[in-house]
Design a protein around this ligand. Sequence first.
Ligand SMILES: Nc1nc2c(ncn2[C@@H]2O[C@H](COP(=O)(O)OP(=O)(O)OP(=O)(O)O)[C@@H](O)[C@H]2O)c(=O)[nH]1
Ligand SMILES: [Mg+2]
Ligand SMILES: [Zn+2]
Length: 379
Amino acid sequence: MFNAASVSSSSFSSLSSFSFGDSPLPLSGYGWTAELAEQFAPLAEAGLVPARIVRVDRGQCDAVLADPETGEPRTVRLDTRPVGDADMINCPCTGDWAAVDLYAQPMAAVVALLPRSTAIIRKVAGKRSDGQVLAANVDTVLIAASLAADPDLGRIERFLALAWESGAEPLVVLTKADLVDDAEFIRADVEAIAPGVTVLVVSAETDEGMDVLRACTPGTTAVIGQSGVGKSTLTNALAGVEAMAVQEARSVDQKGRHTTTTRELVLLPGGGVLIDTPGLREVGLYGGEGVDLAFADIAELAEDCRFHDCGHHTEPGCAVQAALADGTLPQRRMDSYLKLQRENEWIASRSDARVAKARLNKWKAITKSMRAAGGPVKR
Ligand SMILES: Nc1nc2c(ncn2[C@@H]2O[C@H](COP(=O)(O)OP(=O)(O)OP(=O)(O)O)[C@@H](O)[C@H]2O)c(=O)[nH]1
Ligand SMILES: [Mg+2]
Ligand SMILES: [Zn+2]
């Protein structure tokens, strides 16, 4: 662990002469770029150093930064409390780029986060409408589903909407190919519900398809999916080390045991990093365009509807209804689309309500303080 207090101030004087614009960038293996360095420049001038968060715990995190003495990446423990009381969406998350104050007391601390290029955000479980960030600054969202069970197409569609919404590129990986004979059929079924998305068949057990997968994961990849589908096994296979604990062999129907409990970023030997995540039971959508991107086939059909604002119900000349009637668009997929769309509308209405309420509270606070000060209250 890095202990800021034990490092003499002279060793940090080299920081000012440490240019991230130079090549090679010390954290480039973790995704640091010249653009990020440019964005970070004012913070560097203020004496802060950049670090990538690899794991978050309560009030603290592990992050990788360039050792001020050697320039080599090293993992340090940081206090996240200075930024921790932000709302759930803005609090530090695995994959975030942080600005670190190495001299903070009682320990080195994250004092700011760089704006995220992408973020996987789901609605938290239950009736609340808050969002939770699963991973930040991700280039590829790897959706893992097991071939050992019947593919749950609706769930994969939901994951795809979540992935598209993040701004990253989705990739579907069907795992445990060694356990089935008809992987190709299942792959075709999944491909049909994932327009524009690559669907791979792999086995971490036999190494089938793993080379292709390796080639598909440059930059930052986040693995999401249900518990037990083999996310951590894939992570270990790609990382080439036992970075993550995997589930002990168990019967397939034994539910409710999650092996991975934290989101963790690991370095891949061929370049890039991978974020393993705990199994997702509830995957609520948090609004946005993700659904339309995941159902691009329906959007494309809708372009041929006679009416521009067709609701695809009983309108004459509806191309979507025609596709449902002739079977080119399965009713199951249409129902799935409508369900996710309704969910998004609910979230949107809740978010608007939340924003309106926040505004109202702010107004109340202002008028209250003005009254207290005896000033005029304008309406
Ligand atoms: N036969 C076979 N078993 C696999 C394969 N990949 C994973 N498994 C097994 O599937 C089980 C679950 O694997 P994990 O990697 O722990 O699953 P996970 O998705 O990380 O699960 P959570 O951390 O709970 O979300 C383990 O017993 C693995 O050994 C595979 O390619 N073939
Ligand atoms: Mg796991
Ligand atoms: Zn229509």
